[in-house]
Design a protein around this ligand. Structure first.
Ligand code: ZN
Ligand code: ZN
Ligand code: ZN
Ligand code: ZN
Length: 800
């Protein structure tokens, strides 16, 4: 997903292996990024381009009237089944495959408006009606839609507009009495009903409240740092040879304090698994729904009512505004390259977008500033060697050539200010020397291919203010000087991303209609670059927590941080998720460093490991210890068993749990409970009570009992699972917060008021530290709380 698709990767690696040793050596030992790029791009051949074109064509990114029809019909099926949510998404797919101003697109919008009507989303329904009309909704179908419009307006209390719509419809019917008699009668009856509704509402003395305006969510930093505008004044930027750039607490920080709030400089939505054509083996279109169908490709907002790009079926937005913004900033260049960008992967896509966002002028400015060529106000890029030299700028090279850096901390401006801008992005380390030559070859050829496509699409003509290169008449396989510089810049960004890409995550609530407890899991929604967040160093035991709203990252202290301590976050390998050896391996191979955090330092390397991943003795239940052969930790017990035997038992058990989960999902609750109780029994003989799998079993049992309406049993099991989570992740971890949230839901639904209030309080405390006081979860908890307090005759204090 980050890197190019496997077929292209394999093709390039084969090409690499077949290169003469001398050329491979030249590339391997090339000292600078521009040398790497120039060597590699000169090896890009027409046959490589053909391979890439074939792969790109596998993605359906264009408009296709047949697909539009297909999705509309699939949507209609869902609509008949009363699955209005499912129908809306499929109509959206239909919309995105239709050309603007066609009957097809107007029909899809109109049908989608009906789905939103049934979902009670009247505002969205009205928006879709307007969209259907603006794309030329056929006259013959108008009456039905106008009726729906009037109905929405009445429900929303917009009575004047409703009356207007009703009288418009009446005059329409009077002017053209061409409808079938029966049809006409139905319409008349409905009109009459609506008119009475309007009258009734008008007679009510109180006017309907306007749509509840959400109170402004004050998520701002208490006091902004002068040095780093996206960070709080409680932190400051430091640098030293060992740690590089890092953030330090300038005062004592309390848990939950907001430390960084930064909008992504660039972000690209992770499209999810895009259907790829495999020579007609499967049906051409499928109804599977991915991330890319449910989120705005610009602001990442979740929406069922997407508006597509006019040109492609791939890019979808939450609103006309987002569509416009994306088009102006980057999509105009990206749109014709949809299939290619999906083939080359997200990193390559971000590398392109970041340079488009920075605008060529700024890329030039930053590079020129580093060249020390200040004073030249001409916007066009100098084609000098100097330019290419500075692109290789890296911290290492910097020390040799003092002239390049004017500021003490890279990425800062002359006054020492570090901002979320292209200068800061450019200064993120590409770690050129650490990547393998094959990897650099793959990235460089992918970027070269992209450059070639952009040149063919004469994308230079689209960029005003650029000194345009002469129109190419003959096909050459040498990139123009501007494109070479662009290519080196994009290669730099692509290499930077391995260490600096930030996954933008969101909590996805899944679960069937029947499940009462929300099953939530964290998914990777997009990938972005956050120059300020990138300043934080890693720890497997971090003192902060990160969360996202749209494309904005917020970092909060997850514990007390004393003045002078470093602010740390986790790059992924968290001590509660991975064993030390695995973490070390991951950090070394992806981030090129040896972790010396307290968790890595203290944890002795060969013990029984944490209890949540240990085995226990079947006769005395003490923890088993050892490597290949495990023996009981209890000295008076002589049990011993081979590790592989226990591992295979664990695998069997996990499989059984997986089967129970399937039963649960398909609503076979009694069977699921039986299966899970069997699993629990099996687990008892070789896993400690704190083992993760034991916790999972309890979690599923809680879910099954909740669905069966047995709140007490459900709560008992969830409390057990909670204990496992606490052992593994700690009492104030985000994981603990989510479990407490679930438990609160169970008590709430079971009307166990004191227990519910008590749990809500605990959940609020934990979650607000990680997600801030304005997150959806906290809002939900507060709703539950006020609902419960209304049920009580007298206020209840924190009870047990
Ligand atoms: Zn949007
Ligand atoms: Zn497009
Ligand atoms: Zn560590
Ligand atoms: Zn024993």
């Amino acid at each position: 997903m980050d890197l190019p698709v496997d077929e292209w990767k394999a093709y390039i690696l084969r090409k690499w292996a077949l290169l003469p040793t001398s050329i491979r050596d030249t590339i391997s030992t090339a000292g600078t990024l521009s040398d790497v790029f120039l060597h590699c791009s000169s090896l890009f051949q027409p046959e490589d381009e053909m391979v890439l074109k074939r792969l790109s064509r596998g993605y359906l990114v264009g408009k296709d009237p047949n697909a539009s029809l297909f999705y509309k019909e699939e949507g209609n099926k869902k609509f008949q089944e009363k699955d209005y949510m499912g129908a809306a998404v499929l109509y959206s797919k239909g919309v995105s495959h239709s050309r603007p101003n066609t009957e097809a697109i107007s029909l899809c919008y109109a049908n989608r408006s009906a789905a939103f009507f049934h979902l009670g989303q009247y505002e969205t329904c009205l928006e879709d009606i307007i969209r259907a009309q603006s794309h030329g909704y056929p006259e013959r179908l108008q009456p039905k839609m106008m009726l729906r419009k009037a109905e929405c307006l009445v429900t929303l209390g917009r009575l004047q507009e409703a009356s207007q719509t009703i009288s418009d419809l009446e005059s329409k019917l009077a002017a053209k009495p061409t409808l079938a008699a029966s049809h006409f009668e139905v319409l008349q009856r409905n009109l009459h009903r609506l008119k009475t509704k309007v009258q009734k509402k008008e007679n009510l003395s109180e006017t309907f409240p306007a749509a509840l305006t959400k109170a402004f969510k004050d998520m701002d930093l208490m006091e902004e740092s002068e040095q780093i505008p996206s960070a709080s004044s409680s932190v400051s930027l430091c640098t030293d040879p060992l740690k590089g750039r890092h953030l330090i607490a300038t005062k004592d920080i309390l848990p939950g304090e907001l430390l960084v709030k930064e909008a992504a400089f660039v972000s690209v939505l992770n499209p999810g698994e895009m259907p790829q054509l495999h020579h007609g083996l499967e049906s051409k279109w499928n109804t599977r729904v991915t991330n890319g169908d449910l989120h705005c490709h610009c602001c990442l907002k979740h929406t069922l009512a997407t508006v597509p790009c006019d040109q492609c079926s791939y890019a979808k937005y939450c609103s006309q505004e987002c569509m416009q913004q994306a088009w102006e900033l980057y999509h105009t260049v990206e749109c014709p390259q949809g299939g290619l960008l999906l083939t080359l992967g997200i990193f390559c896509h971000i590398a392109l977008r970041v340079t488009l966002l920075a605008r060529f002028e700024d890329v030039g400015k930053v590079v020129r500033k580093l060249c020390g060529e200040i004073g030249n106000k001409d916007i066009c890029l100098p084609e000098s060697e100097n330019m290419l030299k500075t692109l290789n700028y890296d911290l290492g090279e910097n020390e040799e050539n003092g002239k390049i850096v004017e500021t003490p901390i890279p990425g800062c401006d002359i006054n020492g200010k570090y901002e979320n801008n292209y200068n800061a992005v450019f200064n993120l380390l590409p770690h050129t020397e650490n990547h393998s030559p094959e990897h650099k070859f793959l990235c460089a050829l992918s970027v070269a291919a992209l450059c070639r496509q952009l040149e063919a699409a004469s994308f230079w003509a689209l960029k005003p203010g650029l000194k345009s290169s002469k129109p190419k008449t003959a096909v050459t396989h040498v990139l123009s000087p501007e494109l070479n510089i662009w290519g080196v810049v994009m290669l730099r960004h692509m290499l930077q991303l391995q260490c600096n890409a930030q996954a933008i995550t969101t909590i996805q609530h899944t679960g069937s209609k029947e499940s009462i407890i929300t099953e939530s899991r964290e998914i990777r929604l997009a990938t972005g670059i956050f120059p300020v967040v990138s300043l934080l160093n890693h720890s497997c035991r971090p003192n902060t927590s990160v969360s996202f709203t749209s494309t904005v990252a917020t970092i909060r202290a997850s514990q007390q941080i004393a003045k002078g301590q470093e602010i740390l976050h986790c790059y992924g390998p968290h001590e509660s998720r991975m064993a030390v050896a695995e973490r070390q391996q991951k950090l070394r191979s992806q981030y090129f460093f040896e972790c010396t955090c307290p968790a890595c330092h203290k944890e002795p390397r060969a013990t029984a490991g944490p209890r949540w991943a240990a085995f226990c003795c079947h006769s005395c239940r003490a923890v088993m210890q050892g490597e290949d052969v495990l023996s009981c930790g209890n000295r008076s017990c002589t049990e011993s068993v081979s590790r592989s035997h226990l591992v295979s038992r664990l695998q069997d058990l996990q499989q059984q749990v997986g089967m129970a989960q399937k039963l649960l999902r398909s609503g076979k609750l009694e069977q699921a409970v039986q299966q899970l109780l069997g699993c629990q029994h099996a687990a008892e003989s070789f896993l400690p009570a704190e083992h993760t799998v034991v916790g999972e079993i309890d979690d599923h049992l809680a879910q099954a009992y909740a669905a069966l309406g047995d709140w007490e049993k459900s709560a008992t099991h969830l409390q057990k699972s909670l204990q496992v989570v606490e052992v593994r992740h700690g009492p104030s971890s985000i994981e603990m917060g989510r479990e407490l949230f679930k438990l609160a839901q169970i008590f709430f639904n079971g009307c166990a008021i004191p227990e519910a209030l008590n749990t809500i309080q605990k959940a609020e405390k934990v979650l607000s530290v990680h997600c801030g006081p304005w997150s959806d979860e906290i809002e939900e908890l507060q709703k539950m709380k006020s609902c419960l307090l209304n049920l009580l005759p007298i206020p209840v204090g924190p009870s047990g």
